[in-house]
Design a protein around this ligand. Structure first.
Ligand SMILES: Cc1cc2nc3c(=O)[nH]c(=O)nc-3n(C[C@H](O)[C@H](O)[C@H](O)COP(=O)(O)OP(=O)(O)OC[C@H]3O[C@@H](n4cnc5c(N)ncnc54)[C@H](O)[C@@H]3O)c2cc1C
Length: 543
């Protein structure tokens, strides 16, 4: 091992978007910060890469909404090149009887009325109620959850105050909304939507949010919260909207890296960390794969908690019960991701035309009903994947001409459900090509020209997502968004405040509150806690 010449106040393991956000805030607080990223590019799951000659795409995460407006402002992301545009239409869903539903762009009400007048009439109240609840969650996103602590009153008091502030926020909701909030945490997206609507297409469009990155049926209790998690975002001030970052998701993280670098953060690429260095029960630095030691007062991890605690510590360093508990932390999204280079746009049977239509700019959901989605989950549980999978397709080149040659296109296929680990213990490497063919075939059933238009494809099975991006079990959220892994319990009760089980050790990734998505919130909140620990003298500045 050789010691780095640059002792720093904080070393961040991982240059995903949360690592970059945390770094930028710490540097703004006057700290000397180094980020160590394993890959040759920053951004983690929010990157733009060339996957086929001449064709670039957001290769993993693909659409923006959850990115917190305060983070955008504080890091001055627009000044560093970020521009986000809205989809013309939010969603487009071909139905089983050969029709289609479009939502967003002012069309939702008349479109839904084509299937049910009653549902069209319910839309406004549904939107208002969900929005009122989402507003409370929006407020909580940038808060540190009250930590469940053991110890005397001095430790417990600040956490009690935090809990009472949280109670104050919930008081904003009247009793009927509080009941609704409880339902959203406990019930399934399917049951919740069945209570509001009678027609399948609108339930499928909304219910899809309940299974994004959630390896579950839309009728699994708790999936209603996942639905809510996906509506608390906004685009350019428009609540609940989804948009596209010009240049792809990598434009977000490139802007973050520029913002951090402008504040003096050192970002080192192709520098995998092999171990967290511990002395006297305190984290004191990171050891890279090449044996270099970077010492720092605060060691901060942007990694999935399982990767951090199970892979980066010598045996016996962490408390045994803590380690055993982290080994039980549930990861696995059921996600199979493809990027496709296209010679032409898909020509949908239900809405013919190869010229760009508004529907081509939408999140195109190929899963007509909640029952279809449930069956896809059952099939994945028993056989590894469904012959009738769920595919959401986005064609970002319809909004952004920087991604593909003129007249040609790139499509993101976000496919679910597949088993994170195949039931018979086989490797995903054996089946990835076959399953990729099935996904292309699934799109072609709705747009017959699709298969013939494919010029090239990139396949990311759950195993590929783990190998390429460090997403354990392909989990896009760094851990399932279930009640026992959320808020104060993310990643574990007693460590919901971004602090690890050793002095000097912190977490800033999606495995902390408020969880996954390109939000910047975990990075923002972790930085606030770390800066507070420097102010209180729990951490010392480097000489
Ligand atoms: C297929 C897919 C689709 C998604 N779609 C969307 C979407 O459309 N919209 C949205 O908002 N969210 C989406 N998400 C979720 C979102 O991208 C993630 O939740 C988010 O990017 C997590 O950010 P992070 O910074 O916490 O972690 P990550 O992005 O996972 O970053 C962690 C970083 O740590 C690095 N690292 C790992 N091990 C080491 C090591 N030993 N040493 C040094 N560095 C290391 C990794 O290379 C990586 O750069 C999607 C994710 C995936 C995978």
């Amino acid at each position: 091992m050789n010691d780095s010449s640059r002792p720093c106040d904080a070393v961040i393991i991982g240059g995903g978007h949360n690592g970059l956000v945390c770094a930028a805030y710490l540097a703004a607080g006057g700290l000397k910060v180094t980020v160590l990223e394993r890959r040759g590019v920053v951004g983690g799951a929010a990157v733009t890469e060339e996957f086929h000659p001449g064709f670039r795409n957001s290769v993993a995460s693909y659409t923006v909404s959850l990115l917190n407006p305060k983070v955008i402002r504080d890091l001055e992301l627009p000044r560093h090149g970020l521009r986000v545009v809205e989809r013309v239409v939010s969603n487009f869903l071909p139905t089983e009887d050969g029709r289609y539903l479009k939502t967003g762009g002012g069309l939702t009400r008349p479109e839904v009325a084509r299937f049910s007048e009653k549902d069209a009439g319910a839309l406004e109240a549904y939107g208002e109620r969900l929005d009122a609840i989402a507003d409370v969650l929006r407020d909580l996103v940038l808060e540190t959850p009250p930590n469940v602590v053991q110890g005397d009153w001095r430790t417990a008091l600040p956490e009690l105050l935090r809990a009472s502030r949280l109670g104050g926020r919930l008081r904003k909701l009247d009793m009927s909304l509080r009941r609704e909030l409880l339902s959203l945490f406990a019930t399934s997206a399917g049951d919740y939507l069945d209570g509001w609507f009678e027609s399948d297409p609108i339930k499928a469009v909304y219910g899809f949010d309940g299974i994004v990155g959630n390896y579950a049926s839309p009728y699994t209790p708790g999936s209603a919260y996942v639905l809510l998690h996906h509506v608390f975002g906004e685009v350019n001030g428009k609540k609940g909207a989804w948009g596209h970052a010009i240049g792809g998701m990598g434009a977000i993280t490139q802007a973050m890296a520029k913002s951090a670098a402008a504040r003096g953060v050192q970002i080192r690429l192709s520098t995998p960390v092999q171990q967290v260095l511990v002395e006297g029960g305190r984290a004191i630095g990171a050891v890279t794969q090449s044996g270099e030691v970077i010492r720092a007062s605060a060691v901060i991890s942007n990694l999935n908690p399982k990767l951090l605690y199970l892979d980066l510590f010598e045996a016996g360093v962490l408390p045994a019960d803590f380690r055993a508990r982290i080994a039980q932390y549930r990861c696995g999204s059921g996600t199979f991701r493809m990027n496709v280079a296209l010679a032409e746009l898909p020509d949908f049977t239900c809405l013919p035309g190869k010229a760009r239509g508004d529907h081509h700019t939408a999140g195109i959901i190929l899963a007509p009903t909640l029952r279809y989605m449930e069956q896809a989950y059952f099939d994945a549980r028993t056989s590894g994947w469904s012959k009738r999978p769920i595919v959401e397709m986005l064609i970002p080149s319809t909004l952004d001409d920087s991604l593909s040659p003129e007249g040609q296109h790139v499509a993101s296929l976000f496919c679910q459900h597949v088993a994170p680990q195949l039931p018979n213990g086989e490797s995903w490497d054996v089946h990835r090509e076959k399953v990729a063919d099935l996904m292309i075939e699934t799109v072609s059933q709705h747009a017959p020209n699709f298969k013939g238009a494919v010029l090239g494809r990139q396949i990311l099975s759950p195993l590929d997502l783990e190998r390429t991006f460090g997403l354990v079990g392909g989990d896009i959220m760094h851990g399932a968004l279930q009640l026992d892994q959320m808020f104060s319990a993310r990643p574990m009760l007693g460590h919901g405040n971004y602090r690890g089980p050793l002095a000097g050790l912190y977490m800033c990734g999606a495995g902390t509150h408020p969880g996954g998505g390109v939000t910047g919130a975990p990075g923002h909140n972790a930085a606030r806690e770390i800066l507070a620990d420097f102010r209180r003298g729990r951490l010392k500045r480097a000489a």
